[in-house]
Ligand binder design. Structure first.
Ligand SMILES: *Cc1c(COP(=O)(O)O)cnc(C)c1O
Length: 356
């Protein structure tokens, strides 16, 4: 029996994705070859790339004037690629966690960085509000979902300057208005595909405004011009991403996904708030619907490792919290069935009866 997979990333993928990808590993597009051993310039793979790009645009309702890229290097390379390509003098950043801090560190290599607000004072357990974004900055960078801490910015901000978002762990989980953003990027291994491919949604006219020279591979324009085929793209993860995109479409698209995600997260948060053994770690209004963090309540800390064992005896994996938060983190990405969350909730209830 398959485990109930609560890992934060790489993480759960739809069975549809896993099955179709494993079939293509054996025989891709009836070529009698594995997808791992065919040219990325073959017409069969070019068709995969084209379909993945167009479905990506369709599902997110991406307006004209934007490109979708599939690159290597992970979201971490984007931390540098963004400022390399669009930071002229000054950029503004919101510091909401470890990933935001890494992005800030890279941006400082390219210009002045104004960190407009930070939630580090409370171990990133909330999203800062009521800050001012300097209107003379080239862009404002946010991390919409803070995978480690379980906070999320679930609305599209209006900031008056180009908005750049790391959406590694909440892309396709909720409806977004892409026209509000200049760049959206993320590693695919949280909600889309196996590790190895990074998606970038980029407004074409944001480019060409910096004076510095940009290495070919780190220049977005290269990949826009060559439709992500300047060099060999991560073919297998892109194929898998296409399967997930097809699965999303067949299951009602993003609107349906968002509805289920809110319901799923609600079931678990309700239990965290009800069960006297546990408590949530973040500000309620900033709670993520993708990564749900909780700890043992005051006085019950000693039960932590026992609860892990109890949950793993029921086939649940990956609920250990990140070391900087401790406790538990249940990642409830799109592919996570409601039944796995219900099992976790039942397990929490049983544990309460055992202990209290
Ligand atoms: C996982 C994660 C990253 C890092 O992604 P890589 O692809 O491993 O570089 C960056 N930002 C967020 C929000 C993440 O969750």
């Amino acid at each position: 029996m398959k485990k109930h997979n609560f890992y934060a990333g790489p993480s759960i993928l739809p069975e549809f994705t896993i099955k179709n990808t494993s079939e293509a590993i054996l025989n891709f597009a009836d070529m009698d070859l594995s997808i791992m051993e065919v040219s990325h310039r073959s017409k069969q793979f070019v068709a995969v790339m084209d379909e993945a790009t167009s479905l990506f645009k369709e599902l997110l309702d991406i307006p004209k004037g934007y490109s979708v890229l599939f690159l290597g290097g992970g979201a971490s390379t984007q931390f540098a690629m963004v400022p390399f390509n669009i930071l002229n003098k000054k950029a503004a950043y919101l510091n909401t966690g470890a990933w935001a801090k890494k992005a800030i560190k890279e941006a400082k290599l390219f210009g002045e960085v104004d960190v407009v607000a930070s939630s580090e004072d409370k171990n990133f357990n909330y999203i800062p509000k009521n800050y001012t974004v300097p209107q003379d900055a080239d862009y404002f960078h946010i991390t919409t979902n803070n995978t480690i801490y379980g906070t999320e910015i679930r609305k599209d901000l209006e900031v008056g300057i180009p908005l750049v978002a790391d959406m590694s762990s909440d892309i396709f989980s909720r409806k977004i208005d892409v026209s509000k953003y200049a760049i959206i990027y993320g590693g695919a291994q949280k909600n889309l595909a196996p590790a190895g491919v990074t998606f970038v949604i980029i407004k074409d006219d944001i480019l060409g405004k910096v004076d510095r020279k940009i290495p070919t591979m780190l220049n977005y324009q290269t990949h826009i011009d060559k439709e992500s085929m300047f060099n060999t793209p991560p073919c297998l993860p892109i194929f898998a991403a296409l399967q997930t995109l097809k699965w999303l479409k067949a299951n009602g698209g993003i609107e349906a996904m968002e509805k289920i995600n809110i319901e799923k997260a609600g079931i678990l948060y309700d239990e965290i708030d009800r069960n006297p053994l546990f408590k949530g770690t973040v500000n309620k209004e900033d709670r993520s619907i993708m990564n749900i963090c909780f700890i043992m309540n005051d006085g019950y800390e000693e039960f932590e490792s026992e609860f892990f064992e109890f949950a793993s005896s029921k086939g649940m994996v990956g609920i250990k919290g990140h070391r900087s938060v401790g406790g538990f983190r249940a990642s409830t990405y799109n592919a996570m069935p409601k039944s796995s969350i219900e099992l976790l909730v039942e397990t929490m209830k049983e544990f309460e009866i055992m202990k209290l």
